[in-house]
Design a protein around this ligand. Structure first.
Ligand SMILES: [Zn+2]
Length: 337
């Protein structure tokens, strides 16, 4: 069996597929074991007795139920070493999973005003990225919480100014319903004025209208975007403009955005010419890294070889990598497949 055959015949070995992970939250890569280790190191009390109990608690009703546990987990991140360990562990795991390029969100709003300074946090995260540079390419995406006032988002954008040369884009996440993208127009306009690309979580729990609002903001990329599948006109616009959607199938399953992966809109959107991609979101809490998402969705949707190739190439197209690197990775993906 040739290399390309073993890559795609069941059981598919997606670890060997060169792939991207463009929608992942660094805080959401905190594995239960590390969470307990850091809680112990920093003397932080936890509501769970052990990692197994935490895993058991990760049966989420919806996005809000997940976010409650996610923010509780963030409390154990206290020192520079904690942030370094977290970033390093994610990058090592992603590299071992066949991810050649990742773009991760990290929200400093969650941690600022606590014991560690913003410069301490970012020094740790950037050190981990630099130390792993030979094994995985990585870009940092600044992000803010949509549940807070727009003034907070603008303040965070200002506070990050000393590190603008290390930030590839700015985004927005958090509980979506009732917090439409246009409410943050001033923040996104400010990001664009400063020369940044922008991405927005939209159409995960929210309606197709939120995806339309994201387009009004002139986004470079939409995170999730599932709800667009209900709006044929919007699908046509997304396909024509090739606005990428960073979809996260296992996250959608765990948060009941889809009842079954077989109902996931990714394949239909791909057939309609949209630039859809496969990503991990919060892999430690949703029990699925990039390779797991590729395997699960490929099985559930019966993806063909050419669809898998197109999805991998979409990941390169959707990335914020320079064009020369995109060309190199397209060649490598075609060779691998
Ligand atoms: Zn997300």
């Amino acid at each position: 069996m040739s290399g390309s055959d073993s890559l795609l015949k069941p059981p598919c070995d997606f670890v060997k597929l060169p792939k991207t992970d463009l929608h992942v939250h660094l805080e959401g890569t905190l594995e239960p074991e590390m969470l307990f280790r850091l809680a112990d190191r920093n003397h932080i009390p936890l509501p769970w007795k052990n990692p197994e109990m935490l895993r058991e608690a990760c049966r989420f009703r919806d996005l809000s139920a997940f976010l409650a546990i996610y923010y509780k987990g963030c409390e154990v991140l206290v020192t520079e070493q904690d942030f370094y360990d977290l970033a390093r562990a994610y990058l090592e795991r992603a590299a071992a999973d066949g991810v050649f390029h990742t773009e991760f969100f990290f929200n400093p709003q969650v941690f600022c005003g606590k014991t560690i300074s913003l410069s301490g946090i970012l020094r740790a995260v950037f050190s981990a990225m630099d130390d792993m540079r030979d094994r995985i390419s990585c870009l940092y995406l600044g992000t803010v919480m949509r549940t807070r006032p727009v003034e907070d988002a603008l303040r965070t954008l200002d506070e990050l100014a000393p590190w603008y040369d290390r930030i590839a884009a700015f985004g927005m996440g958090g509980a979506e319903l009732g917090n439409p993208p246009l409410r943050f127009k001033r923040y996104f306009d400010a990001c664009r004025e400063r020369g940044f690309r922008i991405c927005v979580h939209a159409g995960e729990e929210g309606p197709a209208e939120y995806v339309r609002e994201a387009l009004e903001l002139r986004v470079d990329r939409i995170d999730h975007g599932n709800a667009a599948v209900h709006d044929p006109d919007l699908m046509r616009i997304l396909a024509e403009k090739r606005i990428p959607l960073t979809m996260c199938p296992i996250s959608n399953l765990r948060l009941n955005v889809v009842r079954d992966l077989a109902e996931h809109p990714l394949k239909r959107m791909l057939e309609h010419g949209l630039c859809v991609t496969i990503n991990s979101d919060d892999p430690a809490y949703f029990l699925g890294y990039a390779g797991d998402n590729w395997s699960a969705v490929s099985r559930a949707l019966g993806l063909t070889r050419s669809e898998i190739l197109q999805l991998a190439l979409n990941g390169v197209e959707a990335s914020f990598l320079p064009e020369a690197q995109k060309r190199m990775w397209r060649d490598r993906i075609r060779t691998a497949l």
